[in-house]
Design a protein around this ligand. Structure first.
Ligand code: UD1
Length: 418
């Protein structure tokens, strides 16, 4: 097991260029099963989830290699429709391989997926979407077997706009004759990115970013080179790191609109955010102010993936901040560790009330999920003394060597064996 040792108190200052978004790259890697030829994903982040997904693609028979920041995938050898149990338990995104495997081979099998322990995370909507396309789904002993022998285009209605389920249906339908429509689709920027990728390959998808996505199946897709959108969550995390340390950061390669909900809250906390030619600049005040209420919502609401980091920022802000986690039912596990560092937080059900303290202090804490782990690092950056964050393998799932990025911005942080 590895940890981060952080000596708090240094300002986060400097410039960072964002890489491709984890949540855009993972479905795009899955969609790379669909075309013929070699797909190249540029700006691919060097993170564990990407390697895990690459590992699954290889076991399915694809050629898949990462060189510097380019991932190359050739699905010509795809013949296996059963997803390897070990790897697919590691990442939840393995579930949306069902769509493209079915699209290509008309049958698929997967064990219940893994990923962060942040709630029940059922897959009923994924299966509902596939059933609406004529897939026969059987669950036996933790394995989900899908028979797509009679697959057809269709109308899908989601009673909740699930990101992964929307993407799954888009990929399953891309090669199906006829028009598939997804109603109450998720509207996250990563869904628009998947649409852009599918269309660049010759697909006919429209409506991503709205509640209705329409997929007209095509006969064939051809492989392309693609650069995914930058990671708004990594960007938001770094903004928080600068904000809690009274620092100044310039993010380049960003899409400002994607960072609007986070920028809005940080502005409420007293940060000055401006758009420069080179990117987005944040200047933090000496001490942050509390925000009134932050509620996580599906896009374009406040992203649940930034809740933990904002909660960490609120710990030393002046006044009382309220956070309501609406998307996942169990996503406040970082609170206990933040309290060990001196934070004053009360939790009731999905609501956290944070009374800002003047200073946090270092402690030995443990990352319990990806974003919660990043939140502990943010807290450590502004805490007095030394903090050790254990279990950083979870942070590595979504941040490429976070310690190097932060050290490059002035933080005293190092990775260490535990
Ligand atoms: C994606 C993101 C994740 C983010 C989440 C919400 C990827 C790889 N991951 O996850 O980082 O936190 O969106 O923005 O893109 N649900 C069901 N049944 C289902 C599917 C989901 O009840 O079949 C529930 C989930 O338990 C959760 C909510 O819907 O409470 C949102 O989940 P969903 O939008 O599907 O998130 P993911 O696609 O798993």
């Amino acid at each position: 097991m590895e940890g981060f040792r952080v000596l708090g108190g240094e300002k986060i200052e400097g410039q960072v260029r964002l890489q491709g978004a984890k949540n855009a790259v993972l479905p795009i890697l899955a969609a790379a099963l669909l075309p013929e030829g070699e797909t190249v994903i540029r700006d691919c982040p060097d993170i564990r989830d990407v390697y895990a997904m690459g590992g699954i693609l290889k076991q399915l028979g694809c050629r898949c290699e990462m060189r510097q920041d380019e991932m190359r995938i050739d699905s010509a050898g795809l013949k296996c429709w059963e997803m390897p149990e070990g790897l697919s338990k590691q990442i939840r995104s393995s579930i949306f391989l069902l769509g493209p495997i079915l699209g290509k081979l008309r049958r698929a099998a997967v064990t219940y997926p893994g990923g962060c322990e942040i709630g029940l995370r059922p897959i009923d909507l994924h299966l509902k979407g596939l059933r609406a396309l004529g897939v026969k789904v059987q669950e036996d002993g933790g394995v989900i077997r899908c028979d797509g022998g009679e697959m057809h285009a269709g109308d899908v209605y989601f009673d909740y706009p699930s990101v992964g389920a929307t993407e799954n249906v888009m990929m399953a339908a891309a090669l199906l004759p006829g028009v598939t429509t997804v109603h109450n689709a998720a509207r996250e920027p990563e869904i628009e990115d998947l649409q852009r990728f599918l269309n660049m390959m010759g697909g006919r998808v429209c409506g991503a970013g709205t509640q209705v996505v329409r997929i007209e199946g095509v006969k064939k897709l051809r492989a392309v080179s693609y650069t995914p959108i930058p990671d708004r969550i990594v960007g938001g995390t770094l903004l928080c790191a600068a904000a809690v340390t009274g620092g100044e950061i310039l993010l380049s390669n960003i899409r400002p609109a994607d960072l609007m909900p986070v920028g809005d809250k940080l502005t409420e906390m007293g940060c000055r955010i401006s758009r420069e030619e080179a990117g987005m600049l944040l200047r933090a005040p000496k001490r942050l102010k509390a925000f009134s209420c932050l509620q996580t919502q599906p896009h374009p609401g406040f992203p649940t993936d930034m809740q933990a980091q904002m909660l960490a920022a609120a710990c030393t802000a002046e006044g009382t901040s309220v956070i309501v986690e609406n998307v996942f039912e169990n996503r406040l596990s970082h609170v206990a560790d933040l309290c060990r560092m001196g934070a004053d937080i009360r939790v009731s059900s999905r609501t956290a009330v944070v009374s800002g303290v003047e200073k946090l202090h270092g402690a030995r804490v443990t990352a319990r999920d990806l974003r919660g782990g990043a939140a502990l690092v943010i807290a450590a950056l502004c805490a007095k003394g030394e903090t050790v964050v254990e279990n950083v393998a979870l942070i590595d799932r979504g941040y490429a060597k976070l310690e190097n990025t932060l050290a490059g911005l002035g933080a005293k942080i190092e990775r260490m064996p535990l």
